[in-house]
Each structure stands twice: as structure tokens, then as C-alpha cells.
Design a protein around this ligand. Sequence first.
Ligand SMILES: NC(=O)c1ccc[n+]([C@@H]2O[C@H](COP(=O)([O-])OP(=O)(O)OC[C@H]3O[C@@H](n4cnc5c(N)ncnc54)[C@H](OP(=O)(O)O)[C@@H]3O)[C@@H](O)[C@H]2O)c1
Length: 339
Amino acid sequence: MSRSRPPRIAVVGGTGAVGQTLLGLIEQRGFAHDSVRLIASERSAGRTVPVLGKTVVVEDLRTADFSDVDIAFFSAGTPVSAEWAGKAAGAGALVIDNTNAFRMDPASQLVVPQVNGALLAERPISGIVANPNCSTIPLVRLLRPVHEAYGLRSVYVSTYQAASGGGQNGIDELYDGARSILAGDTAEARRFSQPLAFDVLPAIDVLQADGFTLEERKMRQESRRILDLPGLDLVATCVRVPVENGHSEAVTLECDRPVDAAELARLLDAQDEVKVWREGWPTPRTIVDAPDLVHVGRIRVDPERPNRALLWLVADNLRIGAALNALQIAERAVQEGIA
Ligand SMILES: NC(=O)c1ccc[n+]([C@@H]2O[C@H](COP(=O)([O-])OP(=O)(O)OC[C@H]3O[C@@H](n4cnc5c(N)ncnc54)[C@H](OP(=O)(O)O)[C@@H]3O)[C@@H](O)[C@H]2O)c1
């Protein structure tokens, strides 16, 4: 598909945390576009919002027409994508979906451009490219080079996920809860299962029959698909922590071959958009000056088991874990001529 003009864009969920981050990135990265439409629920429909130097009226998804859209970004929740993404793709848009609705769908592609962006040479059968989970994206960007250099046998990961992973309501709930507790009151749980302020919650998303949560299952299934390693042994424990934005992960890697810590640091530092911290370590607060990099620290090898390496990573979940990955998919899709 080749077009003389840049793509016409629609952002479904454009008033939310991911949608707003995406609009900022479109401006920051100078992503060429012919027009931008903002689509949300009836709650926001009719509101006027400044978007990329223009004033845009938010549209109601229930009456939205996608026939004049080239790229539709969806970040309005899994049920919304399950109902609407196919309709938008059917009307001709390339859908880039931030939810869990199509990540394991064989007719759709699950893409992290730095890892398997070559898949974007062809438009997926469904017309939908899925963005992986916010913790999976930075992890697989490190796992790929480790696998190529040392052979990955097992991956054990514990996540420390920020309130913004629960959207704007999650951020508001953290601040409201902290204020209530500091005022001597009790905090209320709305978006999360329990009050998050001054606590950590060792379960994200729905608990499954096997005792794992859906978030933990997503990390395993999605990593296997993106890395094209269906047998990869990867196990996760996903934890919500009272941080506003920025997910962290403690990762243990069991490899086929012995790992040299300095060599592993050089290997990861050489990856696109990855920064290895050789002094100190990254935290959600210390990465704000470079939010579009995956930050890695505390790279070490177990002295008793030379095939076992450990590291700490931090990445901005709203950007790398959602909006930036989605926009990088769009950039590559335009380059490949599939959008
Ligand atoms: N936050 C993250 O770090 C992150 C990372 C990866 C993926 N995601 C996924 O991205 C999606 C959005 O996350 P978020 O953090 O941006 O959430 P959010 O801040 O709560 O925003 C939700 C957006 O969806 C819209 N929306 C909700 N229900 C709708 C409906 N029935 N019809 C049309 N629009 C509707 C909202 O519009 P109104 O203004 O009308 O309410 C709002 O624009 C979720 O599926 C989430 O799992 C989030």
C-alpha cells in the first residue's frame, strides 16, 4: 500500500493515560500525519481537547466511523478492543492495539519492533498488530540478545509495577490513598484490589485456577511468541508497588553457557535504546530524564553458578510499555507500506 499523503490517525482511548502519552510522542517524534481524531466513551464525548496544536472534539466510539482512518490506535481496555478493533480493521484501518484482546490471536501480530519488527513487512490477516504487556516489552528487548549470546534456559522475573499501569484512575488512587493515610484516615481501593498507598500488592489482574495471575501468564505466553521460543521456561511474579510511573523488574537468567558479567553489560549496552548503568542503578525516579530507554543495572553472575546471571531493569510503562512501542510499530508500518 503506498500513499502520497501521511496517514490519517484515530486514537481510541485518547483521553486516557496511554492515549495522552501517545499524542505527546507523536509530537515529540514528529510522526507525520494527515489528521488526528480522538475517540473515547460517552463520558468524554463532546469535550474539546487541545491535540497537536489544534482543538479536537472527542468523539463517542459508539457512533465512530473508521472508513477514513489509516491507523487506529486502541487503548480503551480489552472489552472495547474485542468489540471494536475488528470493525476498525474491517473498515480499512491498520489497528495497533494496546490491550490483551489480540496478543495471542494467530491472525494478528504481536510486535516489539526492536525484536521482531520484521513481521511488519506484511499486513496481518486480521489487520491488527498487538502491543505486548507493559512488563513484557522491556524484558524481551533484553532476552533476545542474551539468548543469542548465551542460550536462554530459564527466566525468573519479579516485577515492581507502578500505579500508572492501572491508568489515570490508578495514579489518582495512589495519591488519594496517600493523602488519606497521612491525614490519619483509611485509604480506599477502587482501581486496585486493595489500597496501594504505603503497601505492595502481590497480584495483578485476575487470579487464575492454577494460582498464577493473568498478568503473570501474559508475560510467559507473550515472551514465548515474540521471541519465537515456544518452549521458553519463563516464570513471573507480578507485584503492584506505590510508585507513580515506571515498572521495574528483577530478572534471573539461567543460560546454556557461562556468562561474563562485563561482557553481558557490553552486549546489553550495545542494543538500540538500552542504557546500562555501571555506577549506581536505575529507579523509576532516576530514569525520568531518559524515559525512552530501557535502563539496566546490577548486572551480576552468581559466583556459585557461572551460567546464572541476574539484572535489574526499569522502563517507563506508559511510554516503552505502551505508547512508544505502539508508535514505533506505526513508524515501521508506514516505512514498510502496510499502513
Ligand atoms: N497504563 C499502562 O501502563 C498500560 C500499558 C500497556 C497497556 N495498557 C492498556 O491500555 C488500555 C488503556 O490504559 P490507560 O492506562 O490509558 O487507561 P485510562 O487512563 O483509564 O484510559 C482509558 C481510556 O479508555 C477510554 N474508554 C474507557 N471505556 C471506554 C468505552 N467503553 N468506549 C470508549 N472508550 C472508552 C477512556 O475514555 P473516557 O475519557 O471516555 O473515560 C480513556 O480514554 C488498557 O487496556 C490497558 O490495559 C496500559
